[in-house]
Ligand binder design. Structure first.
Ligand code: ZN
Length: 312
């Protein structure tokens, strides 16, 4: 998200000192959308370059008056045109973008420089505006205003989550389970449950391996479902409980649990599976499966008593 702000600034705020500094150092007239990795660059630049592939689609060129240099400014988002041709004919060096926009369409026939067909095709979706004052710039696709906002950035980066997420979040806050269990599920849905792999991904742990079995990656799915210890707890609950062992996407798996008709029991079971794991790792104490089951049953009964009282 932070990188999106930086890229937006690089595209829209050339007057900012840090933008000028980075542009002079690394871009040399190119737009940030065409930037490449180089050796010995600063860490801030590296983070921008890393984020670029998933963000490039979010920006589209928007031409104002077409006053940009045809060759020496990246107005189309494809990179500098001077680098796309063998050489720029001397008669064309001062050409502006607007010089090739004639009667509402592109016309490159008057140029002495020969342009590759792909380059011409790549700008057919663009048009030069009518206003002589409009600046050529890049607009953000994620918001109707064309300006970047944090909320639109989040929606853009997580389209699936935003669209299908609504039903899950609504259901999650409606399930009649203790708040601590809701928060636990919320952490899981946000990939924020501190399993070893999640901690290793955030540089909080050296290894992401499971501390209980030989699995090299203790993901959330592993900790709650696939680790043999966890699986034993889940399997001990009887056939009526469906755990979807074949689903490999954690969000989809949790979605199935939250939208399940037995979501209360399933959620409370997962809560105890997680504590079973923590107790084993941090207290060096291995609960028997029957003990975990008893805890699940006790919590479920307590929860239904609490809910029944709440309804009175
Ligand atoms: Zn394991």
């Amino acid at each position: 998200m932070q990188s999106l702000w930086l890229i937006w600034d690089l595209l829209s705020a050339p007057q900012k000192p840090w933008v000028q500094l980075l542009s002079n150092l690394y871009l040399h007239g190119d737009s940030i959308l065409c930037a490449h990795n180089k050796r010995g660059v600063s860490s801030i630049w590296l983070s921008i370059i890393k984020a670029l592939p998933s963000l490039r689609e979010g920006f589209k060129p928007h031409l104002g008056s077409g006053a940009s240099s045809l060759w020496y400014k990246d107005w189309s988002g494809n990179g500098l045109w001077c680098g796309k041709v063998p050489f720029v004919h001397i008669a064309d060096t001062n050409k502006k973008v607007a010089d090739c926009w004639v009667s509402g369409e592109w016309s490159f026939n008057a140029l002495y420089t020969v342009l590759p067909t792909e380059l011409i095709n790549s700008v057919q979706q663009l048009s030069v505006g009518n206003s002589p004052l409009g600046l050529d710039h890049f607009a953000w696709r994620g918001d109707i205003s064309g300006c970047y906002t944090a909320a639109s950035g989040y929606r853009f980066l997580t389209p699936g989550l935003a669209a299908e997420g609504d039903a899950i979040w609504k259901k999650l806050w409606r399930i009649m389970i203790p708040e601590k269990v809701k928060f636990f599920l919320w952490q899981c849905l946000h990939s924020a449950l501190p399993t070893n792999q999640v901690r290793a991904d955030r540089r909080l742990a050296e290894s992401g391996a499971c501390s209980r079995c030989s699995c090299p990656h203790e993901t959330i799915l592993h900790a709650l479902r696939d680790c043999p210890y966890s699986r034993e707890v889940l399997m001990s609950g009887g056939c009526s409980v469906r755990w979807s062992f074949s689903v490999m996407d954690c969000f989809q798996w949790l979605k199935g649990i939250i939208l399940h008709k037995d979501s209360i029991t399933l959620s409370i079971t997962l809560w105890w599976v997680w504590h079973f794991r923590n107790n084993m790792i941090f207290n060096d104490e291995l609960w028997q499966i029957s003990v975990v089951r008893r805890k699940v049953i006790l919590s479920t009964v307590e929860n239904s008593v609490y809910n029944a009282k709440r309804r009175l």
